[in-house]
Design a protein around this ligand. Structure first.
Ligand SMILES: Nc1nc2c(ncn2[C@@H]2O[C@H](COP(=O)(O)OP(=O)(O)OP(=O)(O)O)[C@@H](O)[C@H]2O)c(=O)[nH]1
Ligand SMILES: [Mg+2]
Length: 517
């Protein structure tokens, strides 16, 4: 039987016979504890309903026992998942080495992430990081360090590439985009992400005092300021997520598809968590609260490298830029620095796959820390302090989210009528832009060719109403009335204009001189 593979999990993943036996043993153990828990919960409920003091104090012991059992189950699951990952890694290493099944057929591909290949890359990254740590930072070593940074960036990009043969996408949790914006909840396990989703959206997401309660992506909808915002609860990510540990890869893929990340942190835990998570997200090409570097970069076919800057540079010089480009085997390109950018910025621009996302740091559980600490956390940039349990400051969190997403609501006004304030057109700079043209395209693609000009009321207008063209940038809560070209204007201009004197249409005739009946 050895070497045979069996489907074990619902997703069709396969493991071999020996490993299967170990899994089954653990599953039986978990089942036993779960059965025991069911009985315990029944007893706790009965004691509670009886309202007898003795029974209530007995519940304290029973709940402790229940807690212990839950911890044991969580431990067993953690062991199961790590031994499962180990076995899959071993089998996928076998795959990449080209092992064949006894029947001569190529062995089935058992795991999509190609961990065998990844392990090599991760080790290489660690070696280079160690070399960087050993190297002193000074003018003489700056070129060498720059090259090492470029090497790491290249390896990390390789880590992100989908394995050969896969369709490329589908690495995240397949959740359909809905609403006017998408917000992802990212954080370590047990910081209160699910509790927050339930509070803000009313969608129930299981919350519990043990880690890894949420194992998939749970969407909810926030109705705020006449808009719908999709909020995604995700499994907790751990250190090493960027290397594909745990469900990190999937969680990060969802974060990349979002308009805003809420990094949920436990206010009572160390500040280090924020740095670790930021590092993990940076390692996979996410740039939080940064804007793309002002560097123009274009690869050419010939002509060598042209290096220019519009201001004096203090971090990068021509030689360093050449070396970095050389590392990428780029020998013909145009580079123009429009700001005093760093080597890391230059590498980001060359890689070209970075995602710039806004992030709000949400410190939850402020009910368990002192007021001085709350004050310190609240004063940090892009931070909001909340307590889900006490429902503290959730309105401030919503308004901060709204501010960061930069959604622009535009209300339409039909000619001669009041604006329709019930159903705005929602625009944003990240999703297609906020100009009058974007607004018209949002209503209908074919509308733009009929628009003569628009009348705008609101903060973007200098006077009310302002006659605006298609390039005018709209602002939140503007009211827009579209004035369409008249038919006869479309018919011709100047001496080619049709000189009809009477009203063109029956409806016009009715307005001017009602038909006699
Ligand atoms: N004291 C306190 N506890 C909280 C607060 N919010 C959530 N919790 C508790 O924190 C524990 C974890 O909450 P969850 O919502 O399951 O955390 P999570 O981040 O979704 O955890 P995973 O799904 O495991 O990643 C639960 O026992 C909650 O009751 C809060 O504001 N204050
Ligand atoms: Mg959760």
């Amino acid at each position: 039987m050895e070497g045979n593979v069996y489907p074990v999990f619902g997703n069709g993943t396969q493991v071999d016979g020996k490993v299967l036996q170990t899994f089954q043993k653990s599953f039986v153990q978990v089942q036993d504890i779960l059965d025991q828990n069911r009985l315990l919960i029944n007893e706790i409920n009965q004691n509670h309903e009886s309202k007898i003091p003795d029974n209530l104090s007995r519940n304290v012991g029973l709940i402790k026992e229940l807690n212990n059992n839950i911890r044991r189950v969580a431990g067993l699951y953690a062991d199961l998942s790590s031994s499962f990952i180990r076995s899959v890694e071993a089998s996928s290493e076998g795959d990449s080495a080209g092992t064949n099944e006894p029947d001569g057929k190529a062995s089935q591909k058992r795991f999509r992430s190609g961990s065998g290949k990844n392990m090599g890359i991760i080790e290489r990254i660690k070696e280079i990081e160690a070399e960087m740590a050993r190297t002193q930072k000074n003018k003489a070593t700056e070129y060498h360090l720059g090259q090492l940074k470029a090497k790491i960036a290249k390896l990390r990009t390789q880590l992100l590439e989908p394995p050969k043969g896969s369709s490329g996408g589908g690495d995240g949790f397949e959740v359909t985009k809905f609403g006017h914006g998408r917000v992802a909840l990212i954080g370590f396990p047990s910081v209160g992400k699910s509790t927050l989703l339930t509070m803000l959206t009313g969608t129930h997401s299981e919350a519990a005092s043990y880690e890894f309660t949420t194992l998939t992506c749970i969407p909810g909808i926030i109705h705020y300021n006449d808009t719908k915002i999709q909020l995604l609860d995700l499994p907790g990510i751990i250190e090493g997520a960027s290397e594909g540990k745990g469900r990190g890869r999937q969680v990060i893929a969802v974060a990349k598809s979002s308009d805003l990340v809420l990094m949920v942190l436990d206010a009572s835990k160390s500040e280090g968590h924020r740095q670790i998570l930021t590092k993990e997200l940076e390692a996979v090409g996410l740039r939080l609260n940064k804007r793309p570097p002002q560097i123009y970069f274009k690869k050419k076919k010939t002509g060598g490298i042209s290096f220019n800057s519009t201001l004096p540079l203090s971090h990068v010089d021509e030689k360093l830029c050449y070396q970095i480009l050389h590392e990428y085997k780029i020998h013909n390109a145009e580079v123009l620095f429009r700001e005093d950018a760093t080597v890391d910025d230059l590498i980001d621009v060359i890689e070209g796959n970075r995602k710039y996302i806004k992030c709000v740091y949400v410190y939850n559980k402020i009910d368990v820390i002192g007021i001085d600490d709350v004050d310190k956390l609240a004063r940090q940039p892009n931070s909001v302090v909340i307590s889900c349990n006490l429902k503290l400051n959730l309105d401030r969190l919503l308004s901060k989210m709204w501010e960061e997403m930069g959604l622009v609501r535009v209300y339409t006004k039909p000619q001669g009528q009041q604006p329709d304030f019930s159903d705005p057109v929602v625009l944003s700079a990240d999703r297609g832009g906020c100009s009058v043209e974007d607004f018209c395209n949002h209503i209908h693609r074919s509308l733009i060719k009929d628009v003569k000009y628009v009348l705008v009321w609101g903060t973007s207008a200098r006077h009310y109403p302002q006659h605006c063209g298609l390039s005018h940038a709209l602002q939140d809560e503007d009211v827009v009335q579209i004035v369409k070209k008249k038919e006869k204007e479309e018919g011709g201009r100047g001496r080619f204009k049709s000189h009809t004197t009477g009203p063109a249409r029956i409806s016009d005739r009715e307005k001017k001189a009602p038909l006699k009946t």
